[in-house]
Write a protein that binds this ligand. Structure first.
Ligand code: PGA
Length: 258
């Protein structure tokens, strides 16, 4: 982390977990534990039907609610889809885009790019995900693959808007497997993502961009991951479902930084 130049963001990704009733229970418990200090931004990205309960519970707190996906079109015949202006109207501040679980369902780099542009247009903060598979890592093409994902996702995003984008590096092989990337492995890739941003937008913007790590981040490994200079927070799945665990990750972000 480097709090001097950029925000630290601790974001939960609930995936397909919790009902609206359970959301209310979580939020009530988490709200009661929220630390007073403001050393990081806190986001909780929840299933679409849980957004109203989450927004209601977290009104007047510092926790921003987010969605886990969006559609790039403004409106129309897209049965089952949700547009960015709907998310804004429902009270969302963030939206996860390009999660590998969605890419595995057929989302392409072009789709991800269109969603990033639509989210920015609507005033949402996109949490843009990238990450390599085990096969790609073993082939030694992690850096090339991630560079391509980032360049595709940010096509047409201008200098004024890139400042709103949060990037999350999530190696697919480290998901829900308990197999976290080591802090050094995660730092290497986050550093190379920052250098892609530097080449595209210059060093000032690269220095101000928050780059998160995701993949089996939990209350035990968060401190060491967040101690890395280029890891500015986390995108947390499993450990964001339990208020006490998520809180401990938020607290791990309260450590001295460069
Ligand atoms: P995990 O999920 O923390 O459960 O590995 C992370 C994510 O998919 O965003």
């Amino acid at each position: 982390m480097n709090r001097k130049y950029r925000k630290t963001v601790i974001a939960g990704n609930w995936k397909m977990n919790k009902t609206p009733t359970e959301t209310k229970e979580f939020m009530t418990a988490f709200k009661a534990m929220l630390p007073k200090g403001r050393w990081c931004d806190i986001a909780l990205c929840v299933p679409a039907v849980c957004i109203p309960a989450a927004v209601r519970a977290m009104r007047e707190t510092r926790v921003g609610i987010g969605a886990e996906n969006c559609n790039a079109n403004a409106s129309g015949a897209y049965t089952g889809e949700i547009a960015t202006n709907m998310l804004v109207d429902a009270g969302c501040k963030y939206v996860i885009i390009g999660h590998s679980e969605r890419r595995a369902m057929g989302e392409t780099d072009a789709d991800v790019n269109a969603k990033v542009l639509a989210a920015l247009e609507a005033g949402l903060i996109p949490i843009l995900c990238c990450g390599e598979s085990l096969e790609q890592r073993e082939l030694g093409i992690t850096e090339e693959f991630i560079t391509m994902q980032i360049k595709c996702a940010l096509a047409g995003v201008d200098e004024a808007r890139i400042r709103k984008v949060v990037i999350a590096y999530e190696p697919i092989w480290a998901f829900g497997t308990g197999r976290t990337a080591t802090p050094e492995q995660a730092e290497d890739v986050c550093e190379s993502i920052r250098s892609v941003i530097r080449k595209l937008y210059g060093s000032k913007i690269a220095r101000a961009t928050s780059i998160l790590y995701g993949g089996s981040m939990n209350e035990k490994n968060a401190y060491d991951l967040l101690a890395q200079p280029d890891i500015d927070g986390g995108l947390i799945g499993g450990a964001s479902l339990v208020p006490e665990k998520f809180l401990q990750i938020v607290e791990a972000a309260n450590q001295p930084t460069a």
